[in-house]
Design a protein around this ligand. Structure first.
Ligand code: HEC
Length: 291
């Protein structure tokens, strides 16, 4: 948040987002994984275009200029989705913020009108700062996309549009001439999964394990948000042996994908693969219907 002592306004980077809090009735703490006691499988987004459209419509973000004395909103800038950046208000009447659309922008503190913007090539989550050096004023922001929103929220992760993480310190001044290299491609892999496999009981078991151990990074209902691989599109989905080497043995642990052998057996890990295959096929069918 930021505060303007001249106008006595508080600026709030507001998030409008719901979460399905289904308790996991059989929950026990686990030595690895996300230990919050929530049944992520029960709360997973169904492959239903109407339900998804409703959830997307209800999930937004805004900058709200709030007058704490009058207890009133003065103005608001609306965004398609949440997870926009922290705010900086300057004595010169400017409000700076990066956002989930990949833009870094300056607004008038008076009415929220956008005065300037810069394509940051990545989502921006951090709050900017301003400083003086050599008699000049600078505005700096740590640009980069991540956190629980793009990791865990599945179909909602890209509500503001697809952005990728490009970690950079961006520094601006009046008359600054530097420019960024061309934006990296999104590199979205095709949704081309193997045919359905396994029994319904195996797939249902895989949904439970996925919700408990994988959902927090690879996304609700196995829908990736662009920061770590989207498992529906993974080349390893069709290759049970490599799947075990990665998930059970930890072949990619140096890149942040740990071994799950302390908590999951190879047979359980195989059920997760069967579940992700099912999810990928459902979403491919939805996409074919324009969903
Ligand atoms: C803490 C975050 C995190 C969790 C939890 C997690 N993963 Fe990963 N996973 C990653 C990251 C990061 C990568 C990318 C590693 C790389 O770049 O080589 C990855 C990569 C993978 C890959 C390789 C995909 C590809 O196409 O390159 C598979 C398969 C995978 N994870 C499966 C799983 C399964 C199954 C679970 C649950 C048992 C799980 N992951 C839980 C972070 C996570």
């Amino acid at each position: 948040m930021a505060y303007d002592p001249a106008q006595k306004l508080v600026f709030i980077p507001a998030q409008f987002a719901a979460f399905p809090y289904f308790p996991d009735k059989n929950w026990k703490p686990s030595p690895v994984g996300f230990n919050v006691g929530i049944d992520q499988a029960a709360g997973a987004m169904p492959a239903d275009a109407k339900v998804r459209a409703q959830a997307r419509a209800a999930t937004t973000g805004a900058i709200i200029a709030w007058d704490p004395v009058a207890q009133k909103e003065r103005w608001r800038v609306s965004f398609p989705g949440p997870w926009n950046g922290g705010l900086l208000a300057t004595g010169g009447g400017l409000l700076f913020q990066g956002n989930a659309k990949g833009t870094f922008a300056a607004y008038s503190i008076r009415d929220g009108k956008e005065l300037w913007s810069f394509p940051a090539q990545t989502g921006v989550v951090a709050a900017p700062v301003t400083f003086m050096a050599g008699g000049e004023q600078y505005v700096a922001v740590l640009a980069g996309w991540g956190g629980v929103w793009p990791l865990a929220t599945g179909i909602l992760a890209e509500k503001s549009g697809p952005v990728r993480n490009v970690s950079r310190l961006l520094v601006f001044k009046i008359g600054g001439k530097a420019s960024l290299p061309p934006a990296p491609a999104l590199n979205e892999l095709p949704l081309d999964p193997p045919a359905l496999a396994g029994t319904p009981a195996q797939v249902a078991e895989g949904a439970q394990h996925f919700g408990r151990y994988c959902n927090v990074c690879h996304g609700d209902a196995a829908i990736g948000g662009g920061v770590v691989p989207d498992l529906r599109r993974s080349g390893f989905l069709a290759d049970p042996k490599s799947w075990q080497m990665i998930v059970h043995d930890g072949a990619l642990k140096d890149n942040g994908m740990i071994a799950w052998s302390p908590v999951l057996t190879p047979a359980q890990i195989e059920t997760i693969r069967l579940y992700v295959i099912k999810r990928a096929n459902e979403d491919k069918a939805l996409a074919a219907q324009g969903g």
